[in-house]
Design a protein around this ligand. Structure first.
Ligand SMILES: Cc1cc2nc3c(=O)[nH]c(=O)nc-3n(C[C@H](O)[C@H](O)[C@H](O)COP(=O)(O)OP(=O)(O)OC[C@H]3O[C@@H](n4cnc5c(N)ncnc54)[C@H](O)[C@@H]3O)c2cc1C
Length: 424
């Protein structure tokens, strides 16, 4: 038998690469460092696995990748979110889509996703070796010819696909090995940094656990508003998190890594202008003049936020609202429309949902994901300088790049799919 397509790393991208190569008819070997495969799939989406996002066409899909979006055009033209939904349903896993386009297994169980992949690996006769950590890409005369395992054993490859992931949640096995391998083989690394990561902000301990619904959050870099997001957010003992914050966290993380200053502004009344909010407060207070400000504000804020916001506005709350002068009401409006939170840092890469940065995309052929530096070597998944927003986009780039890299590797050895998606 000819040397197989060897895929290093059995996560989302590696599983797809293996299935694409094997469906094309190539002998396929999948090597995984840990005792189990697809561990990140298992823990994803709080055990539900947000598989992808069903909204829109390729153009809209690309708009959800602040890292590497344009590069993905060719990849998504070959295998997009709709192809993935057909693919996974074809493995016998029905899906459902929520109002925001997020796609989940109908059963809400990520374990079912992993099992669907497992059955397909078996059906296609893909060899899977667990506890086989790759240590080094082996090259001969400048070509990739295999992978040396940590044990010293060299596994020969007809074509080699690297899908070892990024650096977040290292207990899943993704410890950034691919970044080292990229550099050792002469590739350029765009410095990895955490994205989809909670933010640190001092002095918020007393607010831990308070959630805000549908607020407008603005990321401000070096004093200038850089991006906005309207969604829910949550305070935590270390700072802030939740959908709006995570969406903007990449901007903060990158700016901080470049030595810039970052603050987040919160608008708690995004549907009202300053003047409208001021008028609404005045009217409400005229109807209940004896209510103390502390209590009156509970109609506008979660109770635990009231003392915090009064302190920010430097106003005493233990007074009837009829005694609050216009000047103080105006200060309150200021903080409700723009509460400023300094962001000195983000949490570490290890607890981020995804690692941005990675293998420089300029060094890959966007149609095949083959390295332009080392023949016979393909890359896919989070190890690339690609990252998406929450909503299923990170898995989608892993599924799509995995599919394209695996199929391209098989094609480089003369194998290909038939019209029905199996080998010719
Ligand atoms: C808690 C959490 C929840 C998430 N939820 C979602 C979600 O719901 N939806 C979404 O779209 N995205 C989600 N993500 C992001 C998503 O999981 C990743 O972007 C995606 O898994 C990346 O796929 P990958 O195959 O490139 O890497 P990984 O899934 O990280 O897989 C890499 C594999 O390679 C193996 N490996 C590493 N080094 C070696 C080596 N030297 N030799 C052999 N094998 C090696 C690892 O053990 C691992 O099995 C979540 C991430 C986290 C951390």
């Amino acid at each position: 038998m000819s040397a197989p397509v060897v895929i290093l790393g059995a996560g989302a991208a590696g599983l797809m690469a293996a299935i694409a190569a094997a469906r094309a008819g190539a002998p396929t070997l999948l090597l995984e460092k840990t005792k189990r495969f697809g561990y990140k799939i298992l823990i994803s989406g709080h055990g539900r696995c947000n598989l992808t996002n069903a909204e829109g066409d390729v153009k809209q899909l690309i708009a959800n990748y602040p890292g590497g979006g344009k590069f993905l055009h060719s990849v998504f033209s070959q295998f997009d979110n709709h192809d993935f939904i057909r693919f996974i349903e074809g493995l016998g896993l029905p899906t459902k889509t929520d109002a925001r386009g997020r796609v989940y297994p109908e059963t809400d169980r990520s374990l079912d996703v992993v099992e669907a992949f497992e059955h397909e690996l078996d059906r296609l006769g893909i060899r899977l070796r667990l506890e086989a950590p790759g240590a080094r890409i082996v090259t001969e005369e400048g070509r990739a010819v295999g992978i040396e395992l940590a044990s010293g054993e060299v596994v020969r490859a007809g074509a080699l696909v690297i899908t070892v992931g990024g650096q977040s949640f290292p207990n899943t096995g993704s410890t950034g090995d691919g970044y080292r391998m990229a550099q050792e083989t002469g590739h350029t690394l765009v410095t990895p940094f955490p994205a989809l990561v909670p933010l640190k902000s001092p002095g918020l301990g007393e607010l831990a656990g308070v959630s805000l619904r549908d607020v407008e959050v603005t990321a401000v870099v070096d004093g200038k508003p850089a991006a906005k997001r309207r969604a829910d957010m949550m305070f935590a003992h270390f700072g802030m998190t939740g959908p709006a914050v995570l969406h903007l966290s990449r901007k903060a993380s990158l700016a901080l890594s470049q030595g810039k200053s970052v603050e987040f502004w919160l608008d708690l009344a995004p549907d009202r202008t300053r003047e409208e909010l001021d008028a609404d407060l005045r009217q409400a207070w005229e109807q209940t003049p004896r209510t103390h400000l502390n209590n009156a504000l509970k109609d506008w804020l979660p109770e635990r936020l009231v003392p915090f916001f009064l302190k920010k506005a430097a106003i005493t709350g233990d007074r009837p609202v009829s005694e609050i002068p216009k000047r103080e009401r105006s200060k309150l409006v200021d903080v409700l429309k723009r509460a400023v939170f300094p962001i000195p840092s983000v949490l570490s890469k290890e607890v981020a949902e995804v690692t941005a940065g990675g293998l420089d995309l300029k060094e890959l052929d966007p149609r095949t994901l083959a390295s332009k530096r080392i023949p016979n070597l393909f890359w896919a998944g989070e190890v690339l300088d690609v990252d998406g927003y929450i909503g299923g986009y990170n898995f989608q780039s892993a599924w799509s790049t995995g599919w394209v890299a695996g199929l391209s590797a098989a094609r480089s050895l003369g194998y290909d799919l038939r019209g029905d998606g199996e080998s010719s």
